[in-house]
Design a protein around this ligand. Structure first.
Ligand code: GLA
Length: 754
């Protein structure tokens, strides 16, 4: 890995074994992307890859040849107003509202080992300087006294470039940022498709794949959180790119607030990608001598398909984004009482759930919503984080002790950012809620949102949550956030700084998370937002796992976990077995199918174990014992999406995926057949990631008992890795599925090197 600087050609070459990222300075002194792709020779010079042509209707700069037109050249951090009519990365206005035409030119640069730490924003990091090399390009607009630092980090062992930007006002007057993207990538082709992850509550992160078309296209959020509607991640891939081959660039924003990911296909076969804070509704007063820091964007390049992209980003997020004591730790098997009791519980009920769960092998009991204030339903008490003595007469401490005495850890649900209008906190501090107490405030789930941009709110929450965490043996917190933000104005900000609200809100959330995780490093935080409404890399930097979706139906989860897996590792995906008929869709699926799907995540149960029959309890006991043996593989193995159906999004009738251990000696393969088929044809499922020269002992477990046991044994026994990769598992045929009748059947194959 190296970052090379060629002063004569004014060229920077960021290069490791996987990729080259080459920046060159244009004739006007601004930086341009000459190349991103497979590694090119370090000896070459590549500025000539940028083509300059004099075209009709083009504009050009005085003193420079007409062939140099900003509209047609790639630009690393484009500004508006000087002939580049594509969307800009940066936009300013002056105090009096006058737009500023900014002309950023190279002034200096610095190349250094390692990766600098960011104070306020979450970011990937290095544990030693040898892990990465960084480049900071200093650009300036002298006339307007604006300095922009473009920061790049290339990781040694990943095809990943991290980018972010610092924007500094060296003038004496304030200026207003209207847009400050984290990065722009100008690609020399329009032959790309965009893959992104769209949805809503209960169906988060379903994969969408669509060709880019001429003009502007965009996904994003303006809801105050990254959202269930769109995820701050996208992939730009060649039309023929598949899981195993082809070129793609993954883009992931380490951020939890309003974002946008944009693409603009220009009129001459080029594509501009942009990623960063959503400019919609954003502005930032940059006072004299102040600096604005953008969130970090990660670009993952692959020439080997989506699988390789996934493995690299999973490893980086697991090892160099998630931090603290939970960074590499196996996640506990939990039981959560939400779907078991909703708001109706008392200590007796909780303890009986915990006792049964312990007997079945669970490790952590999580008390969900409803333990505080006068909370009987969702109409009151958010903000009053004092135990409800009617439900829990001995308080939290007594309950937590009784649970830990059973040999389980104790975890607790909170929703710190919220306040119910019917709460003591609201009666004391109506102005702490977002919006004006004198105007109509929109409700969401009957609640208002606390103004996290105000330090007194963050301080209050820190003291309150610290008090709870110190009062009882709590080792896990589920941090929820159950609505989107409306009336986005803050009583703490002057009128000309209101555009800062959304970003300051999320900085406040990060500040609270940072302080709590520093003081309580042993606590495992799970982020949640009405399921997976804030499932993003920003959250992962503080909360190593996230509740993937409120929809725990095994079949719905196929699409959700499929889409989520492109960027986020299974260790981060909360996945629970819940009761049937499923509470979200009413579907009845086999208990083992529910477990098999949830195994590929941070596993747990979300049901009342006391309602299980003795036979079901025995199965749950077996599931938990099995998961414990294979947990490292499920949580930290390399994840391969094998079969997702015709649209490749996990919605097919056959869905299959697998995990392979880092040493390639163990693997687990899940096959789900959504609807039963009469007399199916034969098929093969090619496995991936195995060592072709190793023999694997294969065992298969069907989710439902089959009539013809012998047919299941086709795949059992010892088979070599090469055969499993080139011929695959033998599926299909009435014989193979053992004559199993009924929908939602599934099989889990385990492979162990012999
Ligand atoms: C959200 C969460 C659920 C549960 C409820 C409690 O919807 O996603 O898991 O915690 O809140 O109110």
């Amino acid at each position: 890995m190296a970052i090379l600087w060629h002063p004569e050609e004014k060229e920077f070459h960021l290069r490791n074994d996987y990729l080259s990222y080459i920046i060159t300075l244009l004739p006007d002194g601004s930086p341009a992307l000459a190349y991103i792709g497979r590694p090119l020779s370090p000896d070459g010079r590549y500025g000539r890859l940028i083509r300059f042509e004099d075209r009709a209707l083009s504009t050009h700069q005085p003193g420079l040849p007409p062939s140099f037109c900003l509209e047609y050249v790639p630009r690393e951090y484009p500004t508006y107003g000087r002939g580049d009519f594509r969307f800009p990365a940066l936009e300013f206005v002056c105090e009096n509202g006058m737009p500023l035409v900014v002309d950023l030119q190279y002034r200096s640069h610095r190349i250094y080992s390692g990766k600098p730490h960011l104070d306020e924003l979450p970011a990937t990091y290095c544990e030693s300087d040898a892990e990465a090399e960084s480049l900071t390009l200093v650009l300036e607009d002298r006339a307007h006294q604006i300095e922009v630092h473009l920061h790049y980090t290339l990781f040694a062992n990943h095809p990943i470039v991290a980018r972010r930007v610092s924007i500094h006002n060296s003038g004496s007057k304030p200026i207003y940022l209207k847009r400050a993207l984290s990065a722009v990538l100008d690609l020399d082709s329009a032959d790309w498709e965009m893959l992104h992850f769209a949805g809503a509550w209960g169906r988060e992160r379903h994969l969408v794949r669509r060709p880019l078309v001429p003009g502007f296209q965009s996904i994003g959020s303006s809801r105050g959180s990254s959202s269930a509607q769109h995820n701050p991640s996208a992939i730009f891939a060649r039309p023929n790119t598949s899981e195993t081959s082809g070129e793609a660039i993954g883009a992931l924003l380490v951020y939890s607030g309003n974002f946008s990911i944009d693409a603009e296909v220009g009129s001459h076969g080029t594509t501009r990608l942009g990623i960063g804070i959503n400019p919609f509704g954003f502005s930032w007063k940059l006072k004299s001598t102040e600096t604005f820091e953008t969130p970090e964007a990660l670009f993952v390049y692959t020439a080997q398909g989506f699988g390789e992209m996934t493995h690299h980003i999973h490893r980086l997020l697991n090892r160099r984004l998630i931090r603290g004591q939970w960074q590499k730790r196996e996640r506990p098997i939990l039981i959560n009482n939400w779907e078991a009791t909703y708001f109706q519980f008392d200590e007796y009920k909780l303890l009986s759930i915990a006792r049964s769960a312990k007997d079945l092998g669970a490790e952590l009991f999580v008390l969900d919503d409803g333990w505080f204030g006068r909370r009987k339903d969702d109409t009151s008490s958010l903000g009053d984080w004092k135990v409800n003595r009617e439900k829990l007469p001995g308080g939290l401490e007594s309950l937590a002790r009784k649970i830990t005495d059973l040999g389980l850890s104790f975890g607790l649900w909170i929703e710190p950012e919220m306040v119910s209008p019917d709460s003591d906190l609201y009666r004391q501090h109506p102005d702490w809620a977002i919006g004006s107490p004198f105007e109509k405030r929109t409700l969401g789930r009957n609640q208002l949102v606390l103004d996290m941009s105000r330090s007194e709110v963050v301080d209050y929450l820190f003291d309150t949550i610290s008090g709870i965490l110190s009062s009882a043996p709590i080792s896990y917190i589920k941090w929820d956030m159950n609505r989107h933000i409306t009336e986005p104005v803050s009583a703490g900000l002057p009128p000309d700084e209101q555009g800062e609200f959304f970003h300051r809100y999320i900085l406040g959330v990060y500040r609270l998370y940072r302080r709590l995780t520093q003081v309580f490093p042993h606590v495992l935080f799970e982020s949640c937002s009405a399921g997976g409404n804030r499932f993003d890399a920003g959250m992962l930097a503080f909360a190593p796992q996230a509740w993937t979706s409120d929809d725990s139906d095994a079949i719905e989860r196929l699409k959700i976990q499929w889409g989520t897996s492109f960027f986020y590792p299974p260790s981060a995906m909360g996945a629970h077995v819940s009761a049937v008929p499923n509470h979200q869709v009413g579907r009845i699926t086999p208990l083992w199918t529910r477990a098999f799907v949830a195994f590929f995540g941070a596993f747990g149960y979300e049901l009342d174990p006391e309602k299980l029959t003795e036979a079901e309890k025995a199965e749950v006991r077996e599931q938990i014992a099995f998961y414990k043996q294979w947990r490292i593989l499920f949580q930290f193995g390399d994840f391969y999406r094998l079969e997702g159906g015709r649209s490749g999004d996990g919605s097919g009738n056959f869905v299959a995926w697998m995990s392979v251990s880092e040493d390639r000696r163990r693997a687990a393969v899940l096959v789900v057949q959504v609807l039963a088929q009469p007399n199916p044809g034969f098929s093969h499922l090619l496995l991936r990631g195995l060592d072709p020269s190793l023999n694997y002992q294969i065992r298969v477990r069907p989710a439902v008992a089959v009539k013809n046991e012998a047919s299941l044994r086709y795949n059992e026994g010892l088979r070599r890795g090469d055969e499993l990769e080139y011929v695959g598992l033998l599926l299909g045929g009435d014989g193979w599925n053992g004559g199993s009748r009924g929908d939602f059947a599934s099989w889990l194959f385990t492979l162990e090197a012999h």
